[in-house]
Design a protein around this ligand. Sequence first.
Ligand code: AMP
Length: 435
Amino acid sequence: MASRRYMTFKSLGLSDALLKAVTKKGYTEPSPIQEKAIPLILERKDVLASAQTGTGKTAGFTLPMLQILSSGQPLRHRPIRALVLTPTRELAAQVHDNVKEYSEFLNIRSSVIFGGVNQRPQIATLKNGVDILIATPGRLLDLLNQGALSLSKIEILVLDEADRMLDMGFLRDIKKIMGLMPRQRQNLLFSATFSKDIKRLANDILNHPILVEATPENTTVDKIIQKVYRVAKEKKTGLIIKLISEGDWKQVLVFARTKHGANKLCKKMISDQISAAAIHGNKSQGARTKALAGFKDGSVRVLVATDIAARGLDIPLLPHVVNFELPNISEDYVHRIGRTGRAGAHGEAISLVSADETSYLRDIEKLIGMKIEKQIIEGFEPDPNASTEPIKQGQRSGRGGSGNRNRNSNAGGNSNRRRNSNKPSRNNNRNANRN
Ligand code: AMP
């Protein structure tokens, strides 16, 4: 870490136009993942990176990608030369926003395509020629099948949040898409976790990859205060409202397991005069963008999200994250609480845990390698007679909470498999890429 103090973006070999954009963003020094990944990508190496949202991974691949694309001779018809695949619409839109900002002083065109919105404007933009395309796999494949674009000139492929793409059942789509690209290209794979499936995908597509790892400085054990409130299921809503009102929390991200649960909680908060918005797969793109904008500018105090919808959301420095329900996949817990205490600040991650979530809690504690402090609030005690059997239906609706509806059943299958037969441990989660 000591060397980081002396590292600058300039020393990583970035051009003046990119340095100008980075300065404009207000970044003073590269993050660990940027420090490691940028020089390797500039050397045209394939990179397998272990990095979660919040580590600065987007700039980690975007900056060198822009440098590579802008350094050669501009091609006349602007074929797509770089493709970034992301699991969700939100992440695609955010990566595109970043690409636009970082390429402000370059002659580079970029575009984004994702499902859930009219495809005609997307096709029209592609016709004009773009250098960088950011896309979700489903819509990209639709448009490829229609002949709306060609990937025959791809030089750089980025798979962002590859673990999520597999969880969402995109493996087949990704393989089909890869079959439409030149074999000779640079591949960058970013993933927060390294399951067997990810390792297999990495083996299939990466060419002598260099592994880079950026465990966020604020890992669960360090800068995040974690608490569990044991509570009866039917008292959770009352408890969360009490915590938010009495603690005077201004910006709270709440995770719910299902879309329906997220809506219900949101309505109840609004009826209790707490400004809230829900973000999940059934919401239109417009509604999601509006909710996120409100949350960022402070007009929405509570954002209630499902796991997949929350992935990749660009919301820096959250003081409070609440698990209204625990995720049934332990790794999701780590993703969720990684949203708090960013950039060195302390954050608080609170979980409301009812009897039927006992086994989820045990799995999570095993994964993070520590016991979480448990408390009971007077008036919101757990139900001593409630069953500790896990909620059966929740497993399916957990993954189905958002994202592409067609893929939910598929993804649910994956989730169950992972939870039951391939239980992650802290070590294999962090170090899988070294094994
Ligand atoms: P990401 O992990 O790419 O989602 O980035 C998380 C957040 O960190 C985003 O809000 C970025 O704008 C911000 N960020 C990225 N790189 C840096 C940096 N070097 N210094 C400060 N903030 C950064």
